[in-house]
Design a protein around this ligand. Structure first.
Ligand code: ADP
Length: 455
């Protein structure tokens, strides 16, 4: 039995057969009891009637009267006395012969006797009529009554079975069809068709299952899209510097190049190989951060010192663009419990972006303040700024605003920042105005608040 459909049908038939058998047996048995009770009452009143007729001296045609009574009541009436022998009236089918009735007469005490053989119910009684001992035996064939009942039981059960089967098949179809559709949709999804959807009408369990299936398909479609975009972004990011390296390496092979040209082309190759190396490093870092089992190396350290260190490494790059970096540390130092190396990467990426996306002569201001149970570091620049639409994408991998495309970068810096801040249960917010500037607000939970925070 492979399908739910056949299991349901099998279950239905087992239930029907079992319940019909029990219902049939019980009702036939109780009906037989009822028939017996009514027939025995009839047999007793017939015996009374016969003994009255026999005892009435004034009746001449006793045989005729008893015979008529027996025929009209579909009974067999027999009586036996030593003098008058055996008399049998009504249906002759089960009249006893003289020996048989004599045996009953002799074995019978004065007590009445009811016995049944097959469908024949018999009532026998010894009685004294006008001083003479008689044995009166009244018999009735109950097969007609039983048959009528059996036929009606069969008819009722047959109707129930037929209507039940039709209703059941329709219901089974209603249940099984959506499951079959869902199975087909699952196969399609397995084969890579993420646009497959199933009906979600109704509120029953199958509709809910279908809704979950559709949500899963949408999620898978999104993941597939992200994966494909990721792969195409990676290939593109690798392809551009590689093409440039190949092109300039070929030019370098030519002999009639001046020293300056050779130096220029070698520098381009160097620049692109650095791009490739930083891209590979960033991707490796993101892959590591994505892993569930990533372990942060937590230490308590001075945040002010860390920021000073990062600023000092960026100052020469800022100076090249005549950008001033102003750091306003709080009076009291703030200690952070975090992965020092990774947090250094966070500040480096944000500050180097601020330098990259600020025009010459701009200003970068770094402030920090303690707000309740967290510390907030604001890195503000007077750079090119971003629209709301751009802000909504900046933490995506490989996202770069069109304006930023001619500035060095690979679109992974802020994705790394976000992963590291998230791992520390911190928050990052961005406020920006196009052509005015941007402020990145990093909020990190403080040491006393974080105990037990990390794995
Ligand atoms: P990239 O390598 O391009 O700098 P990031 O992930 O660091 O990649 O930044 C993603 C994008 O966010 C950038 O390409 C740029 O468009 C925008 N961006 C980031 N920082 C700033 C900023 N300080 N000012 C304006 N735009 C920024």
């Amino acid at each position: 039995m492979k399908s739910i459909y056949s299991k349901l049908i099998f279950g239905f038939f087992v239930t029907i057969v079992a319940s019909f058998s029990v219902a049939g047996i019980v009702s036939l048995k109780s009906n037989n009891e009822q028939i017996k009770e009514t027939v025995v009452d009839d047999l007793i009143s017939t015996r009374d009637y016969v003994s009255k007729v026999l005892s009435n001296e004034g009746i001449q045609n006793k045989d005729e009267i008893i015979n008529l009574y027996a025929l009209s009541s579909e009974l067999t009436i027999s009586y036996y006395s030593k003098d008058s022998r055996v008399f049998c009236y009504g249906s002759q089918d089960f009249c006893l012969d003289e020996q048989e009735i004599k045996k009953l007469y002799e074995s019978s005490s004065d007590r009445t006797m009811i016995y049944s053989s097959g469908n024949i119910l018999s009532y026998g009684e010894k009685c004294l009529i006008n001083g003479q001992e008689y044995y009166i035996l009244v018999q009735k064939d109950t097969s007609d009554q039983k048959n009528i009942f059996t036929n009606s039981v069969i008819l009722i059960l047959g109707c129930v079975f037929f209507i039940g089967s039709v209703v059941f098949l329709v219901v089974a179809e209603i249940i099984v069809r959506p499951i079959a559709r869902l199975t087909n949709a699952t196969k399609e999804l397995y084969n890579g068709n993420y646009s497959v959807r199933v009906d979600t009408l109704g509120e029953d369990e199958i509709s809910k299952l279908n809704q979950s299936f559709n949500r899963m398909a949408i999620q898978l479609a999104k993941q597939d899209e992200t994966r494909q975009k990721f792969i195409s972004d990676i290939s593109h990011e690798f392809q551009t510097p590689l093409t440039s390296i190949q092109g300039f390496a070929n030019i370098l092979k030519e002999e009639d190049l001046s020293k300056e040209q050779r130096e220029k082309y070698a520098n381009i190759i160097l620049y692109n190989s650095k791009r490739l190396s930083s891209l590979a490093k960033n991707m490796l870092q993101l892959t590591l951060l994505d892993r569930d089992e990533i372990e942060l190396e937590l230490t308590s350290y001075s945040l002010v010192e860390q920021l000073k260190r990062v600023i000092s490494t960026q100052e020469s790059i800022a100076a090249n663009k005549d950008i001033e970096i102003v750091f306003q540390p709080p009076k009291k130092d703030i200690t952070l419990l975090a992965d020092e190396q990774r947090m250094e990467q966070v500040w480096t990426n944000i500050i180097s972006n601020a330098i990259k996306y600020t025009n010459d002569g701009g200003l970068i201001t770094i402030t920090m303040k303690r707000t309740g149970k967290e510390v907030e570091v604001d890195i503000e620049d007077t750079g090119i700024g971003m629209s709301k639409e751009v802000i909504s994408h900046i933490f995506e991998r490989f996202y770069r605003e069109d304006k930023a495309r001619n500035i060095e970068g690979n679109g992974l810096g802020l994705a790394i920042v976000k992963s590291i801040v998230d791992l520390h249960h911190g928050k990052i917010e961005v406020e920006s105005t196009v052509d005015v500037g941007t402020v990145f607000k990093v909020k990190m939970p403080l040491e006393e608040n974080k105990l037990g925070f990390f794995r």
